[in-house]
Write a protein that binds this ligand. Structure first.
Ligand SMILES: [Zn+2]
Length: 433
């Protein structure tokens, strides 16, 4: 049996799985990315600070669940064009309501909202932990992650629902409430528990952004372990690959010809309309300030944008063996075939011929295969931050991604070769040519 992924892939994948395991919420994704950037010598900038002192090298900025990072090669003029990798940090999940302590029929339960496009059945009968951030009275925030099995949304037994296999109907309000104890509702119980886990005094916690996650560890699957199974592969594969590419470009003996940028936005799964989402001004402002910090003016910024290219990297659909008719017969990506270039002429994806050619050329330089994707004409098409970023910045953008199955499920699947192939081509892409 020949192995389908070499030891280099395994190292990349093991790091990816550690990244996913450590990152159950967008805030944790940002922290995991920041940790890797810091290790590679990137310095954090705060939005309120003066950025004009020392503009070369690696920098990053955090806003809530979003992170922007870039690397200015030594001596690069202020008008040097950007090479942007756009991704997102959020994943569909269940999020804790403001007054969460509830219950029914002698059970203690937690009220949750549905975040994004969740296939609700995939959250049934899983062991769920809690993560997110607490906002304290003094204005600070604190990350919290409870990886123990704490909650469960139990499915109704088939004995009480004989028609379940003809189509499971789940009411978003009534049927998705997890249980975590007996004894009926106890106001404040969840917050007390979470604050305790975070080492905070519950009385100081005046706000929070908390969500649930499957505590089962990510891992490998398949006859030759040729697949990865994990939560949140959409879109942590891309964030992880983007960080890897930026760090590699910054550490290369051959400095990049352009300014590599990683944009990891929050709220993509709910339309990107927030201060940390792709529809907001975060990226544009930070890019503008990064030019100002190098002594550039408005004309330099316009030139840097005019020469820029953006790759929007997000999970995409591999052809499903049990539903192959839902895919276009001539565009059927498979796992481990390399990154997918996604096209939708109605601009659900931003790719045009020029962007596709730029990415394909980067694939060639990196020695990485790629696959084309377009939706079946009778099927709805997903979207990404690509069209939004293209429209906001006026930058040529190409939508790409790793092909997987079970997208948005509590546990997704992709090929074990693809994450490293994506990172390799992104490393080549952000260097510019
Ligand atoms: Zn996505």
């Amino acid at each position: 049996m020949s192995p389908t992924h070499d030891t280099r892939d395994r190292g990349h994948n093991d790091d990816l799985l550690a990244f996913v395991r450590a990152s159950p919420s967008p805030y944790h994704v940002v922290a995991s990315a920041a940790q890797r950037l810091e290790k590679a010598g990137f310095a954090e900038l705060r939005e309120r600070d003066d950025w004009t002192a020392g503009a070369e090298g690696g920098r990053y900025v955090v806003r809530g669940g979003a992170l922007l990072a870039w690397y200015v090669p030594p001596g690069a003029p202020a008008y040097t064009p950007f090479r942007i990798v756009g991704t997102h940090t959020d994943s569909p999940n269940l999020r804790v309501k403001p007054a969460p302590d509830t219950g029914s029929a002698g059970w203690r339960q937690i009220g949750v909202e549905i975040y994004g496009g969740v296939p609700l059945n995939t959250w049934l009968d899983r062991d769920l932990g809690v993560s997110g951030r607490l906002a304290l009275r003094d204005g600070s925030t604190r990350l919290v992650r409870v990886d123990k099995p704490l909650l469960r949304v139990p499915q109704l037994a088939i004995h009480l629902d004989r028609t379940v296999n003809e189509g499971l109907a789940l009411d978003r309000q009534r049927h998705m409430t997890p249980l975590w104890a007996l004894g009926g509702p106890r106001p404040g119980a969840l917050l007390a528990r979470i604050a305790d886990e975070a080492g905070a005094d519950a009385a100081d916690v005046l706000g929070w952004d908390l969500m649930l996650h499957d505590v089962q560890s990510p891992g490998y699957l398949g006859a030759e372990e040729e697949f990865i199974v994990a939560p949140r592969l959409d879109n942590q594969i891309s964030v992880h690959a983007g960080v890897t590419a930026l760090v590699a470009a910054a550490g290369s003996r051959r400095p990049p010809a352009q300014v590599p940028v990683l944009a990891a936005f929050d709220h993509e799964e709910v339309g990107s309309g927030s201060d940390s989402g792709a529809q907001g001004p975060f990226l544009e402002r930070v890019l503008s300030r990064s030019v100002t910090a190098r002594g550039g003016g408005p004309e330099d910024f316009e030139r840097a944008l005019a020469g820029a290219l953006c790759v929007s990297s997000d999970m995409t659909h591999a052809v499903h063996p049990n539903y192959a008719e839902r895919h276009d017969p001539d565009h059927r990506p498979l796992p481990n075939g390399g990154p997918v270039i996604k096209v939708n002429v109605n601009q659900r994806y931003a790719t045009d011929g020029v962007g596709a050619a730029a990415f394909a050329a980067a694939c060639e330089r990196a020695g990485v295969p790629w696959q084309p994707f377009v939706s079946h004409n009778a099927m709805p098409c997903g979207t990404s931050i690509g069209p939004i970023t293209a429209a906001r910045l006026g930058v040529t953008t190409v939508d790409v991604g790793v092909a997987g199955l079970s997208m948005h499920s509590a546990r997704e699947l992709c090929g074990a070769r693809d994450p490293e192939l994506l990172a390799r081509v992104l490393t080549e892409f952000v260097r510019g040519s």
